[in-house]
Design a protein around this ligand. Structure first.
Ligand SMILES: Nc1ncnc2c1ncn2[C@@H]1O[C@H](COP(=O)(O)OP(=O)(O)OP(=O)(O)O)[C@@H](O)[C@H]1O
Ligand SMILES: [Mg+2]
Length: 269
């Protein structure tokens, strides 16, 4: 069991994970982890395949139940407050399947209607996800990246207080990835709390206030990018020379080294 708590607590806790464990037969997917995400924080969960990221996020989403420990979202537990919580969270699963014979617009209208949203919300999401051109296309005819953006659109159509995204940019081209980042950055001033899983350190770096590195169901390291670099950067510095002597401290980037047990987490460059 390992425990990480946030050192700056004036904000309310949006997500509380307390000694949570989950096992599938002989596989310990999540091994007694604890975590608090303050309201408004963007948290990135990084780790290699099979680390336990999806299992943990799906327990926070109320899709799976923990075997041990407790989870609270916005101060409530799933057992007693599921409808209340469903109205306040947005989620995109690692793989989302929509009904093929609905159009992009119909999918957004449908999910929006669950939250009392009208056509204006659909229009806003179509624009933000750059799916306007595809609004009348059947889902079956969308590309993989367009479906990813539709899944994000469904997740944000209710203007959720807590957003949980499992690999939201998997398979996206660099431009589409940047567009997703922009959408998520735009939500931050609204006070949205975000947990996203990713294999990309640069994605966590671009978006997240705090990063947790996970493997074998446990948390190996956590902190801001600067803290992780200080703890695990190995003390090496990359210097980028422009031909002129840079001012002290400029153009210097510590080389990020993953902690030993997370060796397959990709480095940022
Ligand atoms: N329903 C299930 N039945 C059996 N084992 C499962 C189940 N779901 C997950 N596991 C196992 O639990 C472990 C954690 O899986 P999980 O999907 O949470 O990892 P992940 O970090 O999301 O990986 P990835 O990066 O590949 O998505 C893996 O060993 C996986 O095989
Ligand atoms: Mg996963």
């Amino acid at each position: 069991m390992n425990t990480f708590t946030n050192a700056a607590p004036p904000r309310a806790t949006a997500i509380g994970v307390e000694k949570v464990g989950k096992r599938f037969k002989d596989v310990v997917a999540v091994d007694g982890v604890s975590l608090q995400v303050p309201a408004g924080q963007y948290l990135g969960l990084l780790g290699p395949n099979g680390a336990g990221k999806t299992t943990l996020v799906e327990m926070i989403e109320g899709i799976q139940s923990p075997d041990t420990g407790a989870i609270s979202v916005l101060g409530k537990n799933w057992k007693d407050h599921a409808p209340w919580l469903r109205r306040r969270i947005g989620l995109a699963l690692q793989e989302t399947r929509f009904v093929d014979k609905l159009t992009t617009r119909e999918i957004l209208d449908l999910f929006g209607s669950f939250y009392g949203q009208g056509r204006a919300a659909t229009q806003s999401v179509l624009e933000r996800t750059r799916l306007e051109e595809k609004q009348n296309s059947f889902v079956v005819n969308l590309s993989g990246g367009q479906r990813q953006r539709l899944a994000l659109g469904v997740a944000i159509i209710s203007e959720p207080e807590v957003l949980l995204l499992d690999e939201p940019t998997m398979g996206l081209d660099p431009n589409s990835r940047q567009e997703v980042w922009d959408i998520l950055r735009d939500l931050k001033p609204k006070g949205t709390t975000l947990v996203l899983t990713t294999h990309y350190m640069e994605e966590a770096e671009a978006l997240c206030d705090r990063i947790v590195i996970m493997d074998h169901g446990r948390f190996l390291a956590e902190g801001t990018l600067a803290e992780l670099l200080a703890q695990h950067g190995g003390g090496e510095i990359l210097e980028f020379h422009t031909g002129k002597r840079p001012p002290a401290g400029a153009f210097r980037l510590p080389v990020w080294r993953p902690p030993r047990r997370a060796a397959s987490v990709p480095p940022p460059c």
